[in-house]
Design a protein around this ligand. Structure first.
Ligand SMILES: Cc1ncc(COP(=O)(O)O)c(C=O)c1O
Length: 302
């Protein structure tokens, strides 16, 4: 496949960095994860909320003293061109990655060391099950005052990987982090929603989680399109055990229903009616079937 690397589109095999790179040695970088969805005509591909992903990347770059290779329009057009050059006519995942590519020893963030790359791959389901079993991790989410989760920093994903490994070793599909204060934060790469007595709840991004684009989209769809009640507030651990429905969401995970938490069934263990309704509606939105949400989609092909 073709990859964007530091100013050029090159063959994947030619996008290389040194083993000395600080980006590799210290995890100095930030990234995005963007999806493109095949439309019903089986030709067009809609990039989902491209503008919001690029804006988040710009903000991450600012916090981490890194430099993107251009303004919002230029970065957006690199990502669209990546799909065109790869002749993408399928569900696709795009990974823009900005990292510090200095080969010097000490960890240090400097704008001039920034290197930007973007690659893509076919992706259908990220969590390959209709409904998943999760655990509350023994690992706590890194606090905003240690590593700012809202910047989607590469180094933070060691925290995610440890939690996922522990979850898998114990027979679960995914892990839920609590913050150092003991409130629900997020999954390893997903946000959390629960339903109790017909009301949807999700913790705010001040609970040390990413400023999520899928989460924000769903809040709009829940409140504006479906007219369902939603409350953004902290969630305690045992609320997960007593919720009627629960799902995780994210660019990769889309809407993934949760069947159990720490071996306690969520509701009756079936996918709940609100989760199901939202899943179907979200699927229609991302494939361009909902006129009023077309503005969230960027077509790859003219
Ligand atoms: C840690 C983390 N939380 C949540 C999410 C979901 O965020 P978004 O909907 O912006 O993809 C992601 C990325 O997909 C993530 O890496």
């Amino acid at each position: 496949m073709v990859t964007y690397f530091n100013g050029d589109f090159v063959d994947d095999d030619d996008a290389r960095i040194s083993v000395r790179s600080r980006g590799l040695n210290y995890g100095l970088g930030c990234f995005g994860g963007v999806r493109g969805y095949l439309a019903d005509d089986e030709r067009q591909v809609y990039v989902y909320r491209l503008a919001d992903h690029v804006t988040r990347l710009q903000r991450s770059a600012k916090v981490l003293f890194m430099r993107l290779p251009g303004d919002h329009a230029e970065v957006s057009s690199i990502l669209v061109e990546l799909l065109q050059r790869n002749d993408v006519h399928y569900d696709v995942y795009i990974r823009p990655l900005l990292f510090s590519n200095s080969n010097r020893l000490a960890p240090l963030l400097r704008e001039e060391d920034s290197c930007f790359t973007a690659f893509c791959m076919p992706l259908r389901r990220y969590l390959d099950k209709d409904s998943i079993d999760v655990c509350v991790s023994s690992w706590r989410r890194v606090s905003d005052n240690a590593i700012p989760a809202r910047t989607k920093p590469t180094g933070l994903y060691l925290n995610s990987a440890l939690a996922r490994r522990e979850a898998h070793d114990n027979g679960f599909d995914e892990a839920i982090f609590l913050t150092e204060r003991g409130q629900v934060s997020e999954g390893s790469a997903e946000h959390v929603f629960i339903v109790r007595r017909g009301v949807l709840y999700s913790p705010p991004s001040t609970e040390d989680n990413l400023d999520g684009i899928t989460r924000r989209s769903l809040i709009s769809l829940i409140t504006e399109d479906l007219g369902l009640p939603f409350v953004e507030r902290s969630i305690g651990r045992s609320e997960l055990y007593t919720s009627d429905e629960m799902f995780l969401c994210g660019t990769g995970a889309e809407i993934t229903p949760v069947r159990s938490v720490d071996r306690r069934l969520v509701g009756e263990g079936e996918i709940g009616p609100i989760t199901k309704r939202l899943q179907t509606y979200f699927g229609d939105v991302v494939r361009g079937r909902v006129e009023r949400r077309r503005e969230w989609l960027t077509p790859v092909w003219t």
